[in-house]
Structure formats: structure tokens, C-alpha cells
Design a protein around this ligand. Sequence first.
Ligand code: ATP
Length: 355
Amino acid sequence: MVRIAVIPGDGISHEIMPEAVKTLETAHELYEFALDYETYDFGVEHYLKTGQVAPDDIDDFITGLPSTFDAALFGAGGIDPRVPSGESAQVVLRGLRRGLDLYANVRPCRLLNDDLTPLKGKTSDDIDFVVIRENTEGYESGTGGTFKVGTPLESEIRPEHNTYAGVRRVIEFAFDFAEQRGRKQVAVAEKGLPNGLWSRLFEVISAQHPDIESRHVHVDTMAYLMITAPELVDVVVAENRAGDILSDVGGAVQGSRGLAPAGCFNAEKDFAYFEPVHGTAPDIIGQGIANPMAAIMAAKMLLDYKGHPEAANAIEQAVRATIDSGTVTSDLGGSSSTAQVGEAVREALMKNAGR
Ligand code: ATP
């Protein structure tokens, strides 16, 4: 049984998430795993109905999710012009990340079709790496603040707050991930103090994994490598901000942000959440042109996580076949709508299964 809390959130989420959910339903019919899901409208929809983006007990609701569900499928939280107060489903995201302590944000970057990458001469043999972004600390620690706001002496402190335990566990997660997936190398990408937590702990933990090659790379050099020599990049573990930026570079070399999925884990918990890497895309809300493939690939990751590799692989094959057929949204150079792409993926899924 796969039990999912579906929380679309803000912005284009209400256009892309239905396609991901319908794809899961088709996969469930074809591959005969039990599926049960509940949709929660926190974010813009909740705001339009109640004037609040989420109920007052949202934090308790989120920390209670693992008692009812195996996983959550989240869309995006952030700017949505329909919420003038500026509030957003970020409260849900913070709960999923920090409330549930899902500290390892795994963002695979694989080229699904050689024609999509803007990198000259690179193919799917060259572009196949994974960014593991620390998801609970760094610049999102919330430990900064402002002072004398609105005066000429206004100041702002935005620290990158990392803890020994937090850095250690995400680096350990990256090495375990590399071992389990048969990956050859783990690189740490950061730009901290020369002998700071990240570099020291990386050295200690890499020494415990002699079979995996390890590299310390500054985040700027890593961004450069992803573009100039992606074939040298394998598993990258990064502090929160660096990981966010690098996974957008990953989205770009894949051909679009609209293709990149993510899954967020805690090695000691039986609950994870999955999301597209992209945000709310405020510039295209309501136009029906958002690419649903990142959300569909997030659903695919969820099925992998729940032990349904056959259905998960079939979804990926269907996405690839849809790209090959040219039924793609404008971010990939096509003219199809969100709904047409979703429909094409489901048709390819059924065709692959002989239906
Ligand atoms: P966040 O701050 O929430 O991380 P962001 O700043 O990364 O968000 P996005 O919301 O991801 O920004 O959007 C950035 C650009 O990418 C926009 O121009 C948007 O139109 C485009 N974009 C994002 N997601 C998609 C998608 N699924 N399909 C098509 N275009 C997209």
C-alpha cells in the first residue's frame, strides 16, 4: 500500500500536481499496487477560501503525517500574486523539512534526451549526477535577524548556521547513497571556512568509505564543472544554499527546471516527501503551460522509495517517450499544454504496458 498526502501548495502547483496524481493512478491500475491518497489545499487555495494559507495547527498536522501516510507529494511554496499578504505554503515546506527533520534533499540530474541539453557535445552518457542538498540548516536556519529596520543604520544578519550533527549526517547519507546506488565518487561542494565543519567532517567520513572516491570542491568550481565537464560529476553533497543553486544548474543542463525532481529523506525515518525542484513560477501561473514532468518524476521517485521499481521505471520510460514524441511544453521548445503533456505521459505508460 502506498499512502500519500498530496499538498500542491502555491503557484503552478495546481496545474502540475493533478498530472502527477493522475499518472500515479494510471500506474496503480497497470502495476497493481494499492494506492491511497488524500489532497490538502494548504497554500493559495486555502487562502482564497479562508483568508489563511493554512489552519493554525498546521505544524502539528505536518508532524502527524507519518502516522497516516508513507510519503507526501508537495508542489511548491512561495510567491503567488493571489495572496497579497505574501504568506505562502512555505509554512508547509518548513514543516516538511524542519518539522519532520527530512534533512537530505536528493536531486537527481539525468539527461532524458540528448537534444535537450544546452551543453555542446554532451550526451546522456555525460549528464548523470545527483545533488544531495542539506535541507534543514545553513541559510534556512532562521537564526539571523534585522536591526534598526527603516533607519539609515539598518542592518541584516543572514548566517549560514550549520551544526556538527547536521553536517555529519548528511555527508554520511551521501556516502551511503553512493554505495547503495553503485556510484563511484562523492564530492562535497561548499565554500566555508578552510578548516570548518564541512571540510573536516567530509575528510573524516570519506576515510571511512575507501571504496568511494572523494573530492572537496568549492561550490563555484562545482558549478563550472557541471557545465563544462558534467561527466566528472557523480554524487555531490552540499550545504543548503550551495545545493539549491547547484540543483538549478543541474536543471539547466538537463534542459529545463521543469524536468528536475527531488526526494527528501531522513535515514532513520520511514517517511519522505517528494517535490519538483522548481518553484511557483509566478510568471506563468494560470496559463496552462507549466511543464508537469518534474512533478511526474517526483511521483516516480516516490514509487521507487516505496519499493515499486517496475512502475517507477515505467513512468520514467513514459516521460522519455513523451519527450521523444515532441509533446512538450514551451520550456522544452514545444507548444503543448500542461494537460496535453500529462495525457501523453499516461498514454505512453499504457502503451508500454500493452494497453
Ligand atoms: P523558488 O524561489 O521557489 O525556488 P525560483 O526562484 O527557483 O523559485 P521558479 O518558480 O522555479 O523560480 O521559476 C523560475 C523560472 O523558471 C520562471 O521563469 C518559470 O517560468 C520557470 N519555470 C519554473 N518551473 C517551471 C515549469 N514547471 N514549467 C515551465 N517553466 C518553469
